[in-house]
Design a protein around this ligand. Structure first.
Ligand code: GDP
Ligand code: IMO
Ligand code: MG
Length: 430
């Protein structure tokens, strides 16, 4: 099978958990966008693992690929590689020579730009993502393949700092000695990862007829640079099309697109959020779901599930099947709301948000299934879909009828095994 897993909202939908669940020892998992702004958590019997650059399938995949669409901080990569080598020692890792390199200059500029934006700030993760993509598209960027040549790194660092003199005023990055040191440090990491560098698009072409390919979206679809809630977006294409440009693998060869959504919404960073809630209910969902950023530790904003946004995202990504997470968390609320529509009836809810139009959610209230403890969840997992509480099945059916898509994967906890895959989807997705 050749499948794509994407988040359908503002990030942190549980993509990491779903990717890990769908990965086996015959799977190649591919990241195709973003960098250390991603934070994916996987929980197994061996503990909690946080992924920022490596795809979340790394714990049991045969191969992982860091595609050309990524922006990679080599120092962060070196650290992450050391952690996961111990967990899956047979893992083959391939890094595209065409992926972009995030340098300390980009991280500095990211923070500086946010400062200068003032009230217009985006709330970035400060990982240098935007400035690195700026350099990629202005064709001044350092690529992974360049890391083997220190003079090239230094020349490019000089170019990117010369072009941003005003932003770097007063910083160490206008000092040539600093740039020389950074270029040597980057070159040293380059030498370490040289055996992992390759033309990953050629590897994927060879792999397409053996084993499974699983593409892992780095961020939620509503953070897409083109179709997200601009400017409160990241700097890459997070939608399914990004899997193609970010890896070189054709979308026409992909079998299924799996869209992940929580049973509510969380968001970090600035920007409109029509179903956002505050106060006790938001606090209790945040605590029950551990809703604090994996990358930045920021408390996540919380809101009810938003069907207009979900349908837009399903359309944009051409989603075949949904995976829904956090059903254990939302059940702790006495009543659960779903935003069925907005009073204003927009054809593109995202464009309405960009134009700062009022979006007044019209809610339906669903009966809650109440708190479920660990052993009850284990029993439900054993019985499968039909063992779920009726109220949960009603909630699932409601979302299915409102979106026109089946929920094939149901997640009832952080741990890998707290997951139900519905019969029909077993052979298709695994
Ligand atoms: P990602 O960025 O989409 O991979 O999501 P994150 O890992 O940043 O955030 C999702 C959080 O929810 C992580 O801590 C997961 O371990 C956790 N999680 C995923 N699915 C479930 C679920 O069904 N129930 C609970 N309680 N936690 C979940
Ligand atoms: P995962 O992989 C949640 C958000 C940031 C900010 C905006 C731009 O965990 O789903 P950036 O640093 O990318 O320039 O920030 O995008 N953002 C995320 N929010 N989860 C993520 O990744 C995110 N990646 C970027 O909070 O609002
Ligand atoms: Mg995350």
């Amino acid at each position: 099978m050749r499948n794509i897993v994407l988040g359908l909202m503002f990030g942190d939908e549980g993509k990491g958990k779903v990717v890990d669940f769908l990965t086996d020892e015959k799977t190649t998992v591919i990241r195709f966008n973003g960098g250390t702004n991603a934070g994916h958590t996987v929980v197994t019997s061996r503990g909690k693992f946080k992924f920022h650059l490596l795809p979340s399938g790394a714990l049991r995949a045969s191969d992982i690929v860091l595609g050309n669409g990524m922006v990679i901080d080599p120092f962060a990569l070196k650290e992450e590689l050391e952690i996961y080598k111990e967990e899956n020692s047979d893992l083959r890792i391939m890094i595209s020579k065409a992926a972009s390199v995030v340098t300390p200059v980009h991280i500095y500029i990211d923070k500086k730009q946010e400062e200068l934006r003032g009230d217009l700030k985006i709330g970035t993760t400060s990982k240098g993502i935007g400035p690195c993509y700026e350099d990629k598209f202005s064709r001044n960027g350092i690529r992974i393949g360049d890391l083997l040549d220190q003079p090239t790194i230094l020349n490019k660092l000089k170019l990117m700092t010369k072009m941003r003199k005003h932003l770097l005023e007063g910083s160490e990055f206008l000092n040539e000695e600093t740039l020389k040191k950074i270029s040597m440090d980057l070159n040293n990491v380059g030498k370490i990862i040289e055996p992992l560098m390759c033309n990953t698009e050629l590897f994927l072409e060879k792999k397409k007829s053996e084993g499974n390919l699983l593409f892992e979206g780095g961020h939620g679809a509503l953070l897409d640079i083109d179709f997200g809630v601009y400017p409160y977006v990241t700097s890459s294409n997070t939608m399914s099309g990004g899997a193609m440009t970010g890896s070189g693998f054709s979308l026409r060869k992909v079998n299924n697109i799996i869209g992940v959504t929580k049973s509510y919404i969380s968001k970090v960073g600035e920007g409109p959020f029509p179903t956002e809630i505050s106060g006790e209910t938001a606090d209790s969902i945040r605590e029950a779901g551990g809703e604090y950023g994996t990358t930045t530790g920021r408390p996540r904003r919380i809101g009810w599930l938003d069907i207009p946004l979900l349908k837009y995202s399903i359309m944009l990504n051409d989603v075949d099947v949904l995976a829904m997470t956090m059903l254990d968390v939302i059940g702790k609320q006495k009543s659960i709301l779903i935003c069925e529509s907005y009073r204003e009836d927009y054809d593109s809810p995202v464009q309405a948000m960009i134009e700062k139009k009022k979006a007044t959610p019209e809610y339906i209230e669903m009966a809650s299934w109440g708190e479920i403890n660990d052993s009850e969840i284990d029993e439900m997992i054993l019985k499968g879909y039909y063992g779920l509480p009726q109220e949960m099945k009603d909630f699932i059916s409601k979302v299915e009828s409102l979106t026109g898509k089946e929920i094939g994967i149901i997640s009832l906890g952080q741990r890998r095994e707290k997951t139900i895959i519905r019969e029909k989807w077993k052979s298709i997705l695994k």
